[in-house]
Design a protein around this ligand. Sequence first.
Ligand code: APR
Length: 318
Amino acid sequence: MARKGKVTVIGAGFYGSTTALRLAEYDIFETVVLTDIVEGKPEGLALDINQSRSIEGFESKVIGQATAPDGKGYEATANSDVVVITAGLPRKPGMSRMDLIGVNAGIVRGVAENVAKHSPNAVIIVVSNPLDEMTALAQIATGFPHNRVMGQAGMLDTARFTHFVSEKLNVPISSVKTLTLGSHGETMVPVPSRCTVDGKPLNSFLSEQEVGDLVDRTRNGGAEVVALLKTGSAYYAPSAAAARMAKAVIQDSGEVMPVCAWVDGQYSISGVYLGVEAAIGREGVKKVVETALEPGELAELKSAAEAVRAKQADVKDL
Ligand code: APR
């Protein structure tokens, strides 16, 4: 299999290390770089992943590199094709993603500036929370065109919704299709009208109340995991989503996925990072894809846009 390109994962915590492992196991990149500010952590994890290569049968090489806020160590990330930013604090039980904004803004800004210096042509995938705001901040800090900076949230929220439907109806996960748009937070917009089981509308299997309960559980999907873990937040499903986005970029697949993308005119919404469906490829977001929404869903998407717009306007000063 032809391997090509370089992907860097910034932050070797639970989310970052799992993402690096998934990317290495795909065996599609020449090199996977994992960095962290904690000396020894990325190096140790990279060594550990590399030692699994003969068992799992992949050739991609993983490089672990400690970095400093002044940019020391970022040479190892130079000329990455894709960079996944996971650096930042996760939530504790009872916290909202927005409670992380002050501290994570400082981290994401510094990281994004260093990434831009060393990989001026990269596509950036942000996963640090609060997601919509950190994605907007990464675009400002890099000065990259909007299409080359996107966030991971919609694939994860959609995957959670799909899991809950499959569990509720006791049907194979592959028979369920769902969709969530909007923000990765309070104003997440699950889209029941786009949900099907074996191609049939979800509302032919479940009552309005039952769908509403699954929608609520999806909106709180991250918090449910945080409450159970007590320390740290989810990373298996999140890393699966982020890794798929990086794969779509390097393979220039054009796959349409729900992501946090810059919306400029679609759904009559402009100038904001928001969860929408988009075709993903070498240039990042190739195209935001509009889907038919019911009037109530469209209204929810528009209010999500206004809620995140207000917050995103503040990030440039953080
Ligand atoms: N550069 C590189 N790494 C950094 C930096 C920085 N400037 N600042 C912090 N880190 C590292 C930490 O040292 C730690 O190893 O980021 C890592 C974060 O890891 P975890 O605490 O395990 O958090 P994780 O679960 O991986 O979540 C990371 O993703 O889902 C979001 O809300 C979550 O914002 C959080 C992020």
